[in-house]
Design a protein around this ligand. Structure first.
Ligand code: CO8
Length: 260
């Protein structure tokens, strides 16, 4: 479903995985309004496609994304930003039901780090550098860096990153729980694709609901979250795939998912 009119991303799909690659090399994949429209429009279309079971989001070797486009942003006034609710559409990525895997090598700074954190799984190459350097521009994170980062890594590390603007390397990012795995840069694309294809090979409703319940842990008190999980568990017994998965186990065969 590559749209030839896209100028800031490359799009492809194979083996039930929809791939979006940020592609503004001259600006280290800085996120401007056009990138937001293209990424979000494509991701929402993948999300609605029954033949897509996972979305893969990547950048280049040098940069996943070096942040919001500072040149575009610097021209905005408060009223411009307020009127346009600047960058609000990125939030749509957090409402996707399809699992999203981000493959990060090089810089993931500011909005780039925040975009990666909107994914469900972040796989980092050894060159990855995460940071919230907005403080160096006289501003603060604006796409979730103060909230999602704090929930992911806790107050100590979030304050450290947001107040100093320092970069966190891949090894530290894994240690503090910001990323799921670190692999050598040369293996990043293959590893991220393998993970996305593995997720896409599962029963789609089970994968979607698994994502939904884990994501709910960020929003809900424990008792409500546990009840939500139990109800979702019960509800999966209305799917064909639950019957198929359990029958396949009992008969020692591979399940053949209907994705319903
Ligand atoms: N925006 C625009 N252009 C950028 C950006 C960016 N964020 N980052 C890099 N570029 C451009 C550079 O200007 C340069 O362009 P040119 O060749 O035309 O001068 C090109 O990319 C290459 O960059 P460098 O020459 O600087 O490359 P280096 O390897 O020397 O340095 C760095 C790489 C360290 C990544 C450096 O480019 C840098 O510090 N970039 C800025 C990082 C940053 O501050 N990011 C945070 C931006 S603010 C933000 O993300 C807020 C998000 C919340 C918005 C919410 C709105 C509601």
């Amino acid at each position: 479903m590559t749209d030839p009119t896209y100028t800031t991303i490359k799009v492809s799909s194979a083996k039930r995985v929809g791939k979006i690659q940020l592609n503004r090399p001259a600006a280290l994949n800085a996120l401007n309004a056009e990138t937001m429209e293209e990424v979000v429009t494509t991701a929402v279309a993948f999300d609605a496609d029954p033949d897509i079971g996972a979305i893969l989001l990547s950048g280049s070797q040098k940069a996943f994304a070096a942040g919001a486009d500072i040149k575009e942003m610097s021209e905005q006034s408060f009223t411009d930003m307020y009127a346009a609710d600047w960058f609000r559409r990125w939030e749509e990525l957090t409402r996707l039901r399809t699992p999203v895997v981000a493959a990060v090598s090089g810089y993931a700074l500011g909005g780039g780090c925040e975009l990666a954190m909107m994914a469900d799984i972040i796989i980092a190459g050894t060159s990855a550098k995460f940071g919230q350097p907005e403080i160096n521009l006289g501003v603060i994170p604006g796409m979730g860096g103060s909230q999602r980062l704090t929930r992911s890594v806790g107050k100590a590390k979030a304050m450290d990153m947001v107040l100093t603007g320092r970069h966190v390397d891949a090894e530290e990012a894994e240690r503090i729980g910001l990323v799921s795995r670190v692999v050598p840069d040369g293996e990043l694309d293959a590893e991220a694709r393998t993970v996305a294809e593995l997720i896409a090979s599962k029963s789609k409703p089970a994968a979607q609901m698994a994502k939904e319940v884990v994501a709910a842990a960020f929003e809900m008190p424990l008792a409500s979250g546990l009840q939500f999980e139990r109800r979702i568990f019960h509800s999966l017994f209305a799917t064909e795939d639950q019957a198929e998965g359990m029958d396949a186990f009992a008969n020692k065969r591979k399940p053949s998912w209907k994705h319903r």
